[in-house]
Design a protein around this ligand. Sequence first.
Ligand code: NTF
Length: 825
Amino acid sequence: MNAKAAKTQPSSPLDKAEFKAAIVKHLHCTLGTDENKANNHAWWKATCAAIQAQVLEGLRKTQKSHYFNDTRAVHYFSAEFLMGRLLSNNLQNLGLFDVASGALKELGVEITDIMEEEPDMALGNGGLGRLAACFIDSLATMELPAIGYGIHYEHGLFRQEIKSGAQIERPDSWRDYGNPWEICRPESIQEVPLFGYVETKYGESGRIQKEWHPGSIVKGIPWDIPVVGYEGKTVNVLRLWQSDSSDYFNWDVFNAGGYVDAQRENVQAETISKVLYPNDETEAGKELRLIQQYFFCSCSLKDIIRRYKRAHGDDWSRFADQVVIQLNDTHPAIAIPELMRILVDRAELDWDQAWGISTKVFAYTNHTLLPEALEKWPARMIEKILPRHLEIIYEINHRFMAEVDKKWPSDNRIKAKLSIIEEGNEKMVRMGHLSVIGSFAVNGVAEMHSRLVKSDLFPEFDALWPGKLTNVTNGITPRRWLKACNPELSKLIDKKIGSDWPKDLYKLEALEKYADNKAFQKQFMQVKLNNKQLLADEIRESLDIEVDVNAIFDVQIKRLHEYKRQHLNLLHIMALYRRLLENPDYDMVPRVFIFGAKAAPGYKLAKDIIYAINKVADKINNDPRVNNKIKVVFLPNYRVSLAEKMIPASDVSEQISTAGKEASGTGNMKLALNGAITVGTLDGANVEIAEEVGDDNIFIFGLTVEEVHELKEKGYKPYDYYYRDPEIKAVLDWLETDYFTPGKPGALVSIKQSLLDHGDQYMVLADFRSYCDAQIAIDEAYRDKARWAKMAIINTAKMGKFTSDRSIKDYVERIWKLSPCKIEN
Ligand code: NTF
């Protein structure tokens, strides 16, 4: 085939002229505008439409290949997918970035400008949702048959504004002007029953039959987002369900003369997928949240079963060979009784057969040990919304209790501990227990976390089923988190060691031998400086603060939570400020402390900490006595696209959670990959990062998990630290004055109270001194330019383990047992 003929094939990569023509065509025919009138938004949409044609061709071929090969597939169930923007990612993965950028340039448009037009798809809160997004990128890249299932929220995570220092939440409207990536699939709509009652019937054979008569039925409309693998061969889908009123149900009400009631039903049904719950690490316990969870699980299971039946008819014997479902935390745990209901009530399998299938299908990932984040639902609430599911949960529990009794005869204490039902004033259903019992594999997300899942959270389950509880350490996609977000560093790496690292991140190890090379150090640090300049520009534009790019850029970006200890960082900043006021010659490397964090709207202290950071920032940034040695910057509305600008510009990565509290962390991996040095506790994946980079290339401080336990046992007394350490006392007392909040004394006092009167649950004061020492060590290291450059290079070089491709490989080999599927033309 000659070159010309090859180009006529829709899926062959476009060249610049063709790309240009495609953009212009979409500008004219899809958007109804032209080159003279088009604004950046129109150019963005036209560019997306131009590549979407290619993407859809890949999607069609992928689905065809999967169908004809009758592949086993993983179904990743997650209430959150934090996708961010897709244009640059899709262009990178298709290998079209330079082509597109050149084509646009000839049309008089800067690609970086139009990329800014894309709203983030913020359908998640933080690490858990972003992990899901990285995983589906890896699954497609590794040519694995996979589908992501979730909720098509109309409003994603709120947009954060800062007014007079305080967080204000504004609705996020990512779809207001249309989303060029998604495709509606009305042919695959599902119906979801809710409420009502269960009827017990006796079948012909004397078999007891249960029939659920729902009180309401809602419709699930699927929207597909293509997920383009790197090098563009496999294009999987993320299928997100939007709720709507069911035609059938509402016509009934309507015909009965209930026009107004019919409208009310409409509103209720649509409400289900209206908004993402903005809670990170806390269970909300709200009826609507349970309905959301059931809604997307029910739609997704029916979708899977429809696809299975198309190939295998009513023969259920191969279902577990074809289908594996990964539960991303307990949010989709209700899928377990839902599958049992379908198998027992609908397919009329007997219980043991159904349970045999179900427990070969589900696997569960635990993402937290924090008690307040372990989901529990009032049994009464489940009974009201899902009456049949509660019966099934009781049956699962009844049979499980018999198994427990065999292992620990007549031990009621163990039974109470392991029961899915927590007895008390109000009977509660423990979704973690249900997930462990209903799954064939359970994993934590970092070595240390998985060890604690076994030893502290579920020790009896580990004894009952040895080997079921395991570890898969988290990872991040290097396509988004290095190649796309840090193009300059990527090009430097390409030049030095070749360009196959995005698919095989261990290749970065080849950089290690240049860690001492002066010329390479210079190039590496020049890229860092350029990235810092870009971020400095952004900071000036958004906050009107001037920062010095020669200062250390010290970054803490993550949800605001006491356990993550942004207030430890803040207390240290205040201590530095105080040292400078007491001694203007205090010797320190100038530092810019940069924060990005959203607080859950109902989390008072978290919002107080944001307020305090902003107030302290105002004071320090405008105090001439500081002489620009410290700047404090709180960048509002932290989100994926902002992370992509902050991470390449960071020198220091703050990973300072109380040991034992951060299950893994993934921001730690992204920052280290981009050459930032971690200051961190021995918590979550920090432990494994330290193992990879070595003790000389990370700043570890603070209590270990064991020491935290010991101190708690012994009785932790934060006041002891307050009275013993004058600097701690001074900064805490400072919070009570109106120094940072003129005219409003006490506006910051809740932080002091939490650390003294409320017992300092997260041991901020216990770790304060050791944290300060680590910061001094950082200053010292940074002063030695060659040493710092070497550390930064080694951090990048040693991040191979933390590609999400490695995580997915672990899941595939140890849990999912999947094979890749080559995509045929
Ligand atoms: C989060 N868990 C953990 O807090 C992070 O440490 C971890 O990196 C991510 O999951 C991804 O595994 C949650 O958000 C939740 F919901 F489980 F609390």
